[in-house]
Design a protein around this ligand. Structure first.
Ligand SMILES: [Zn+2]
Length: 179
């Protein structure tokens, strides 16, 4: 069954921007946002964009390592994170997402660099409001890795990198981010 995409509250949608911070600066995740933010902004084709939080900024999306807090979600495997969304259902400011925590696996099983980037880009897509998976591109359901470390969905798929979102995914993002 498909789940509807989940927009942010209007004030955030109007800004067309999400401020993101990493609290997961350990091991393979170190520096991953500096790489992923420009990639995501390029493939989102201006539907919205991410900005890395400065020291004084409040981040709307925060990356964390799963398992450090007692309420953290349990991750089933090492090639997928979880985006936990706080959603406002009523009140001033309207209805929509107000905050997202992205939980990353402490010990990802696919530790190639491309898979690390893929995991974070994929969760950035969820944090931007995309719910359902696609059959190709960054929002694909099950990423496979070939012998050269390239990521693909099915035999016929375009290998990543370069990372991409399908045209349909970009148009879903545009719909989500309509102010
Ligand atoms: Zn997913």
């Amino acid at each position: 069954m498909s789940k509807p995409d989940e927009p942010w509250i209007e004030s955030v949608r109007k800004s067309k921007e999400l401020v993101i911070r990493s609290e997961a600066e350990v091991g393979v995740w170190t520096g991953v946002l500096q790489e992923c933010v420009p990639i995501f902004n390029r493939i989102a084709l201006k539907a919205m964009s991410y900005r890395i939080a400065g020291a004084e900024d409040k981040a709307q999306v925060v990356l964390k390592i799963a398992g450090s807090g007692k309420d953290d979600p349990k991750l089933a495997n090492g090639t997928h994170g979880i985006a936990r969304k706080a959603i406002q259902r009523a009140g001033r400011g309207g209805v929509g997402i107000i905050e997202v925590e992205v939980f990353l696996p402490a010990q990802p099983s696919g530790v190639s660099k491309n898979m690390i980037l893929m995991i974070v880009l994929h969760e950035m897509g969820h944090a931007a409001g995309l719910e359902d998976h696609t059959n190709d591109g960054v929002m694909m359901t099950l990423p496979n890795e070939d012998n050269n470390g390239k990521i693909y969905s099915t035999k016929k798929s375009k290998r990543m990198p370069p990372f991409f979102l399908t045209n349909k995914t970009v148009s879903r993002l545009r719909t989500i981010w309509k102010a």
